[in-house]
Design a binder for this molecule. Sequence first.
Ligand code: AR6
Length: 187
Amino acid sequence: MYWQSATGRKITLAEGDITRVSADAIVNAANSALAGGGGVDGAIHRAGGPEIMRELDGIRAQSGGCAAGSAVATRAGKLPARHVFHAVGPVYRDGRHGEGELLASCYRKCLELAEEHAVETISFPAISTGVYGYPIEEAAAIALREVVRHLERPDANVRQVIFVLFGRNAYETYVKALTSLSQQPAP
Ligand code: AR6
C-alpha cells in the first residue's frame, strides 16, 4: 500500500524486518544511552555489525547520549543502507506527559538528518510502540502526519519513506491510518 504527494513523493507500507529492506537511511528505535538493546535496536546492531556501536561509543563520549525526541546519525555497517539514524522515542506513560510532541519530534529530526545527508529513501520502524509502550494507532497517526508534512515541502530531497512494520497487526494499523489520512481533504 502506498501514498503519493502531489509532487510524486511516496510513502510505502511494508510488513517485515527493517534490516532486510534497502534504503539510503534506516531509522533505529534506540534509547537515550545509545547503548543498544532488544527489539529493532537489537536487530539493527546484530545485522549491521560492531562498527555501528563503535561509532555510537564516540558520540556518547562526546555528548553523553541522545535525548528523547532527538536522533543521531552513524554509518550503517553491513546493513543495506548508507546511514542509520538512531532516534530516541518517548516512554509512554498516559499520553499527558508530552509523549506526542516527543514522538513527532523524533520523526522531524530524522527527516532533518535525511536532508542533511542527501538521503532520498528512508525507512522507519514504529518508534516507541514496543518496549516503550506507545499505543500503535496513535503513534501511526503521528508518524504519518509528520512524514506527509515533510514530503509536501517543495524543497524536500527525500522522495520515498518506507514504514517497515513488524507483524500483521502493526502493518494493518498503519494501512488504516494511511487510508483515513488519504480520505481527508487536502488542507
Ligand atoms: N524490524 C522492524 N520493526 C521491528 C523489528 C524489526 N526487526 N523488531 C521489532 N520491531 P522496540 P521502542 C518493531 O521495542 O518501543 C530497545 O531495547 C516492534 O514490533 O524495538 O522504541 C531500545 O534499546 C515495535 O512495533 O522500540 C530501547 O531501549 C517497534 O519495532 C527500547 O527498546 C518498536 O519496538 C525502545 O523501545
